[in-house]
Design a protein around this ligand. Structure first.
Ligand SMILES: [Zn+2]
Ligand SMILES: [Zn+2]
Length: 325
């Protein structure tokens, strides 16, 4: 039955094969643990990696060209404080246990602070720099899939993504319509949003990082590109369990759990819920940035299934586009 459904998908539709995990924990968590308690002024192996992380997610200014050395200077300390403030942690400026835990969570690849201006951080929802959005005439948006993960059934992916779009539709004036395949649309009907699964460097200047850490990323309006990291254990099941995993390949739920230990961010299930991540990424596709509110879908880290919007998300979309009706 599974193979029938796979064959049902349009020929030449690109599937991306998953890869197995080898490390016992994410290497970055190991790096951070080695930096615990480090003092300002010290040079320790791994600080460069910490700087890269802080830079990548918007906490260290891009023109700080010392990102690759291991000097724990005041810029790193300040960037750590910004990170801690955004994530509601104590702003110690130190690599402490809470910070290590938070940085170890899988998360979205979009930076948290788009315009770094000292410690001025908004209290809740954010927009991209310049608040790009869809035009007033564009409230009926179309979307399509450019590729799928080999383990996922297109039917299930379409359902999960469709649910996520509907959730945003209910609190806004947007309607969303799936165009069945990227290979079927004609030039008069280009989809507004194109979703796909990709591995590592996939040609948009923002390479994925394999299993763990970055799960997905999306470009600001009206770009429309929404990408998932294929190397994550995606699930489309309503309970977070996907029966397609680990059937006849070397990859499976147990493999993830065994090799990585029981991850804190998946206390009940060890998969990543596609609908949850899609709901977050669609928020970006509509113009929302990351929120500091932990209950918000636009919070940057993934901590389990969350398939509804918080008041903060609704406030954000309405601030950008006005109320529905
Ligand atoms: Zn995000
Ligand atoms: Zn991408």
């Amino acid at each position: 039955m599974f193979s029938f459904l796979l064959f049902f998908v349009v020929e030449q539709f690109p599937f991306v094969e998953p890869r197995t995990l080898e490390a016992s924990e994410h290497p970055f968590t190991r790096t951070l643990r080695n930096l615990k308690g480090i003092d300002k002024g010290q040079r320790v192996n791994g600080v460069g990696e910490l700087k890269s992380y802080l830079k990548r997610f918007g906490y260290l200014t891009r023109n700080d060209n010392s990102a690759n050395n291991n000097h724990f200077d005041q810029n790193v300390e300040l960037a750590l404080k910004r990170y801690q403030v955004f994530h509601n942690l104590r702003a110690t400026g130190e690599v402490d246990a809470e910070t290590i835990k938070r940085m170890g969570l899988p998360r979205c690849g979009v930076p948290d602070i788009i315009t770094p201006k000292g410690l001025v951080i908004v209290a809740n929802y954010t927009f991209f720099e310049g608040a790009p959005k869809w035009d007033e005439s564009q409230r009926a948006l179309s979307y399509t899939f450019a590729s799928n993960a080999k383990e996922l059934r297109m039917y299930d992916v379409s359902l999960a993504i469709g649910n996520a779009f509907q959730t945003w539709s209910r609190v806004s004036n947007f309607t969303f319509n799936e165009i069945p395949s990227a290979y079927n649309y004609n030039y008069n009907n280009q989809p507004n949003i194109v979703l796909g699964f990709y591995r590592r460097d996939h040609g948009d200047g923002h390479p994925f990082d394999g299993p763990g850490q970055v799960l997905a990323h999306t470009f600001a309006p009206q770009d429309g590109r929404l990408h998932f990291d294929v190397d994550e254990p995606w699930s489309t099941d309503q309970t977070g369990w996907n029966f397609g995993w680990g059937g006849n390949g070397g990859w499976g739920n147990w493999g993830w759990r065994r090799r990585w230990g029981p991850p804190r961010w998946q206390s009940r299930r060890n998969n990543i819920d596609l609908q949850t991540v899609a709901l977050h990424e669609i928020g970006h596709a509509l113009g929302l940035g990351h929120s500091r509110v932990p209950a918000s879908i636009m919070y940057p880290s993934y901590e389990g299934i969350k398939r509804s919007l918080s008041q903060d998300d609704v406030d954000g979309i309405r601030a950008l586009y006005g109320s529905s009706n």
